[in-house]
Ligand binder design. Structure first.
Ligand SMILES: Nc1ncnc2c1ncn2[C@@H]1O[C@H](COP(=O)(O)OP(=O)(O)OP(=O)(O)O)[C@@H](O)[C@H]1O
Ligand SMILES: [Mg+2]
Length: 577
C-alpha cells in the first residue's frame, strides 16, 4: 500500500507528514472532548429536566473554545498537507528536469515529448494527493481507532472498543482486494492516456499538412477510436472505484451500527453520558479508514504515474567523459564504420582528414551519409568501429562540454525559443553586449529589418513564424557567429532559402574560413567550388576527394554530378531568358 521509492525520494517532506498526522490526531481529541461535553449537557437535561445557561456555562465554554482550537488545528493540518506535497512536487520536477539535461536530446529515443510533458505536469500533480492526503491518512487511520479504543475503555467499556477495533481492518482488507485489480487497470489507463496525448500533439503539429492533403478526416477517425479506448478504460476505473466505495461504506456504517447496538444494549450499565459519547463517536472508528480508502484511489493513480516517472529517471545516461580539447588541430576520420541499427551499415570505412583552419566540403547524393558524418563529429553516436579524432584526441573521450565549446553546428532548420531576438542570441554568448549583437546582425544583413521592427527586443513567436525562411537562417548564422568556436559545421545551411540570403551566408562562411576550421555539407556543388578539399560521398563511402579542379580532371563521380547540375542550372537560365 506504500511506495517505498516515493518515500525515499523526498525525506524533507517527512516532517510535514508527521505534523499533519499529529494535528489530525489533535482534532480527534478535540472532537471527543466536544462530544463528551455535549453528551454531558444532554445527560443533565435527561436527569435534571430543564436547561439553564448558568449550570452549563463551564461545559459550553469548553465546547466553544475547543471548537476554535480545533479550527486552528485544521488550518495548520491543511498547511502541512500543502507543504508536504509542494516539497515533493518541486523535488520530482527538479529530478525530471535534471535527468532531461543529463540525457540531452537522447531522451527522444526512449520517451515521446508529449509523454514526458504529461508525466512531469499531470503525473507529478497526482503525487500531490499521495503525499498531502494519502500518506498522512495512512498513519492517522491506524492511530485514530487505537485512541478511541483507549477512550472507550477508560469510560467504562473495553468490550465495545475492542469489537469496533476488530471490525476496522475489514476496510483495508477490502482495499487490498481492490488494489490488485486497480494496479493493472491504472497502468492501462496511464498507457492509454499518454498515447492519446502523443497522437493529439502530433496531429496538432501536423495540422497544416493534414489540411493540405485533406487527410484530417482520417486522422480524426483514428483519434476518435483512441479517445474511445481511453473513455472505456476511464469508465472501468470509475466503476472499480465506485464498487470499492460501496464495499467500504458497507463496512464503515455496518461497523458503526454494530457499535451503536452494543452500546444500546449496555446503556443502563454505562450511564447516559459515556453511552451517548460512545454512540456519537462509533462512526469515528471507521471514518478515517474509509477516507483512506477514497484517497487510496487517487494515490494509486499517483503511484501509477510515478512508475512511469521512475522508469524515465532510471534511463541509462551517457557516460561522463573526461577529455578536453586544448587545440582543435587536425580532425581525422580513420576507417570509420557506422550503423544506426544492426540491420544496415551506413558508413563503410570512411577516411577524412581536415587540417586546422581549412575549408572542407562534403557532397554526395541524398541519403549517402553526409549528415551522419556531421552527427558523429557532434559526438551524438559513438558506437561503430574506426576512430574519429579532434586534435589527436579520440572523440569518444572528449566531454560534451568541451566538444560544444569547440564546435558549432548549423543545420537547415534551426530552433529558436519564443522570446526576444536578444534573448535568443545571448544563448550562444551570454556576455555579448548590444553593440556586439548589432555588429553581427549587420554582418548577417538583419539589422535593417530588425531596426524597422523592435530592435533587439523584437519578439520571436512560436516556431519563429514571424520570420521568413531566409531571415531565420541568417539569424541562426548570427547566433552561430556569436558562439565563436574554432570549428563550424554547416549542414545544408543554405538549402531552401532565397538567393540573397544564400549569398550572404556563403559570403560569411568564406570569411570564417580564414580563422576557423569549417566543414560545409551541401547539395549545390556551385557552393563548394572554392573549398580547400571536397570529399565526395557515394553510398556511405568516400568515392574521391580533392579540389574542384582536381575532381573535374578525375572525370568521375564529382564530374558527373557537376555536369548534371550545370545542365539543370543552364536549362533554368535558358528558360527564363
Ligand atoms: N537516426 C537515424 N536512424 C536510422 N537511420 C538513419 C538515421 N538518420 C539517418 N539514417 C539513415 O542513414 C542514411 C544516411 O542518412 P544521412 O542523413 O546521413 O544522409 P544525407 O547524406 O545527409 O542525406 P541528405 O542529403 O538527404 O540530407 C539514410 O539512409 C538514412 O535512412
Ligand atoms: Mg543530410
Amino acid at each position: 500500500m506504500f511506495d517505498k521509492r516515493l518515500m525515499k525520494v523526498c525525506p524533507e517532506s517527512r516532517k510535514y507528514i508527521i505534523g499533519n498526522v499529529l494535528l489530525q490526531w489533535f482534532e480527534l481529541v478535540c472532537n471527543a472532548l466536544i462530544f463528551y461535553e455535549l453528551a454531558g449537557i444532554i445527560a443533565g437535561l435527561v436527569s435534571g429536566g430543564s436547561f439553564s445557561l448558568q449550570d452549563n456555562a463551564v461545559n459550553i465554554a469548553i465546547v466553544l473554545s475547543t471548537v476554535i482550537i480545533r479550527f486552528i488545528a485544521t488550518k495548520f493540518a491543511v498547511k502541512m498537507s500543502f507543504l508536504a506535497s509542494k516539497t515533493v512536487k518541486r523535488k520530482m520536477r527538479g529530478m525530471i528536469y535534471g535527468k532531461l539535461l543529463k540525457l540531452g536530446s537522447a531522451y527522444r529515443e526512449s520517451v515521446t515529448t508529449a509523454e514526458l510533458v504529461q508525466e512531469s505536469v499531470e503525473g507529478v500533480d497526482q503525487l500531490e494527493s499521495y503525499f498531502g492526503q494519502y500518506v498522512p491518512q495512512f498513519f492517522y487511520a491506524f492511530l485514530a481507532p487505537v485512541t478511541l479504543f483507549v477512550m472507550f475503555g477508560l469510560l467504562g467499556s473495553w468490550t465495545v472498543g475492542l469489537v469496533l477495533l476488530i471490525c476496522v481492518p475489514l476496510i483495508p482488507g477490502a482495499i487490498v482486494m481492490v488494489q490488485k485489480i486497480a494496479k493493472k487497470l491504472l497502468a492501462r489507463y496511464w498507457g492509454q492516456y499518454t498515447e492519446l496525448g502523443s497522437t493529439f500533439l502530433e496531429n496538432l503539429q501536423g495540422m497544416t499538412t493534414l489540411k493540405t492533403y485533406q487527410t484530417d478526416g482520417f486522422k480524426n477517425e483514428q483519434m476518435n477510436a483512441e479517445s474511445d479506448k481511453f473513455r472505456f478504460v476511464t469508465m472501468k476505473v470509475l466503476t472499480m472505484q465506485l464498487n470499492s466505495i460501496i464495499i467500504m461504506d458497507f463496512f464503515t456504517y455496518g461497523g458503526a451500527a454494530v457499535g451503536i447496538a452494543l452500546v444500546a444494549s449496555k446503556f443502563a450499565e454505562l450511564g447516559i453520558q459515556p453511552a451517548l459519547f460512545m454512540i456519537l463517536m462509533s462512526a469515528e472508528f471507521f471514518l478515517p479508514m474509509r477516507r483512506l480508502g477514497s484517497y487510496f484511489h487517487v494515490a494509486m493513480n499517483g503511484m501509477a504515474a510515478s512508475d512511469k516517472i521512475f522508469k524515465f529517471l532510471q534511463l541509462p545516461e551517457p557516460a561522463k567523459k573526461p577529455g578536453v580539447i586544448e587545440n582543435i588541430g587536425e580532425i581525422r576520420f580513420s576507417d570509420v564504420h557506422f550503423s544506426y541499427d544492426e540491420s544496415r551499415e551506413i558508413l563503410h570505412g570512411i577516411d577524412i582528414s581536415i587540417p586546422e583552419h581549412s575549408f572542407t566540403c562534403i557532397v554526395g547524393e541524398s541519403g549517402c551519409g553526409k549528415s551522419t558524418v556531421a552527427s558523429l563529429l557532434m559526438g551524438r553516436n559513438t558506437t561503430g568501429s574506426g576512430s574519429i579524432t579532434i586534435g589527436g584526441k579520440n572523440i569518444g573521450e572528449i566531454s560534451e562540454e568541451s566538444l560544444m565549446n569547440s564546435l558549432t553546428y548549423i543545420g537547415h532548420n534551426s530552433f529558436f525559443f519564443e522570446g526576444t531576438v536578444r534573448e535568443n542570441l545571448l544563448i550562444s554568448n551570454p556576455d555579448a553586449d548590444d553593440e556586439k549583437l548589432w555588429s553581427v546582425l549587420e554582418r548577417c544583413r538583419l539589422s535593417e529589418f530588425l531596426k524597422a521592427e523592435n530592435g533587439l527586443d523584437t519578439e520571436l513567436l512560436e516556431n519563429t513564424i514571424n520570420l521568413s525562411g531566409g531571415q531565420r537562417q541568417r539569424l541562426a548564422l548570427a547566433r552561430a557567429i556569436l558562439h565563436d568556436t574554432p570549428f563550424y559545421i554547416f549542414d545544408e545551411a543554405t538549402s531552401s532559402i532565397d538567393v540573397e540570403s544564400e549569398e550572404t551566408i556563403l559570403g560569411l562562411i568564406h570569411e570564417m574560413t580564414e580563422t576557423k576550421t569549417v566543414i560545409m555539407i551541401s547539395h549545390r556543388l556551385a557552393n563548394v567550388k572554392d573549398a580547400d578539399c571536397i570529399y565526395v560521398m557515394e553510398n556511405g563511402s568516400i568515392a574521391e576527394h580533392g579540389t574542384h579542379s582536381e575532381l573535374l580532371k578525375n572525370n568521375s563521380v564529382y564530374a558527373a554530378l557537376w555536369e548534371r547540375q550545370q545542365e539543370l542550372e543552364n536549362y533554368g537560365k535558358g528558360e527564363s531568358a
